[in-house]
Design a protein around this ligand. Sequence first.
Ligand SMILES: [Zn+2]
Ligand SMILES: [Zn+2]
Length: 373
Amino acid sequence: MKINGALSLNNDGPLIIQELDLADPKPSDVLVRIVATGICHTDLIAKANTALPLPALFGHEGAGVVEKVGSAVTRVVVGDHVLLTSASCGYCARCQAGNPSYCLEFHALNMGGGRCADGSCTHTQAGKPVFSRFLGQSSFASHALVNERSAIKLHPQLPLDVMAPLGCGVLTGAAAVLNTLQPRPGSSLVLFGAGAVGLSALMAAKIAGCSRLIVVDKISARLQVARDLGATHVVDASEANTMATIRELTGGGADYVVEASGVPKVMELAIEAVGQGGSVAIVGMAGSQATVNFNPVTLQSKGANIKGCMLAGENSVPEPFIRKLIEFWKSGQLPIEKMLRFYEFDQINDAIADSLNGVTIKPVVRMPRATRS
Ligand SMILES: [Zn+2]
Ligand SMILES: [Zn+2]
C-alpha cells in the first residue's frame, strides 16, 4: 500500500514527507494507522548517524489504530487503539527470563532496517529499500507495520497523542527508577538532564517516595518544569559548582543517581555524585563510540554500582509496566502533559528544531485529522 512518511534523505537536512510503499503484514505483523508519534532523542541520534543507509524512516513513539492484522496475530484486532513500543523476539534467554528490553535479538529487530528473512524490505520507494522499522516501528508516517509484540492495546478513550511517549521516553525514564533502581522511600536521588526521560524519572522517583529530589540541568525553563513536577532542589549547571552543591544537598553523595543527558562528561559527574552504597543508572543515550572515565577506587570504596538501563528496565515487561504507568497518569501522579507540545505532521521539522534548542521538552506530532479516528 501507499503511505506517507517523513523521510530522512541525508544526515543533516530536514525530513521530507513523501509517498512510499509498505508491504502487507506478515503472519505476526500488525498494520497501524498512526494517529500521533512522539519524537525522541534517539530518532535524532539515528538521523545524524552516517553509518545508517538512506533514505531512512525513523520514529518510535507511535500510537494509532489497527487497520489490518496478519494471519497469526492474537493480541489485537482491527479497530483496536494501540500504543507502539520497540521490538523483542519473545523466545531468547533474556525475553524468556522476563527481560525483553534486553532481548538478544534487539539489534536485528530494531536496527535491521526492515529487512525480511528473504532479503525483501518492508518499506520501499520506487522499488528501492528504505531503512525502516526503526526500533520496531518507523512511526514518522501515516502507517506503521509492527510485530504484534510491539502493539499494546489501549482503552479507546485514552488520548493517543498524550499516550504516545509512553512507548519510549516516559517508559525509559520511569523504568530506570521504578524497575532498575527501585529506590527506598525517604532516600535521595539526583537526576542529570531534565529532558523527557529525566523528568519521567523524576515523576517516578516522587511516586517511589524519594524525599530529596535534586535535578541538574543547564536550561532554566526545564528546571522550572522540574520544580512543578516535584523536584525539591534544582541546580543550574551553567552557574553553580554542581558537584559541591550536590554534596552539600545530599550529605556527601546521593543514594541514587539517574543520568539522562546522554553526555559522556555528565555521565562522569553522575558517577561522581553517588554516595556510599549508592546506585547510578545510566539512561541517556550517547553515541556508540562514547567512552566515560571514572575512578574505580572511589567507586569501590563507596561500594557503589553503575547500571545501564533502557526501555522497561530490569526484570520488567513493557506491557504490564505501561499499564501501571497509565494508572499513575489517571491518578494524576504522572502528569506527562506538562512536558508535551503538539505539532501537525507537516511541522515535524519545527518540532525537531524546538526539541534540539530546548524550547520543547517532548514534541508529539499529530497526523492529519482526516486520518484520525
Ligand atoms: Zn528476545
Ligand atoms: Zn526513544
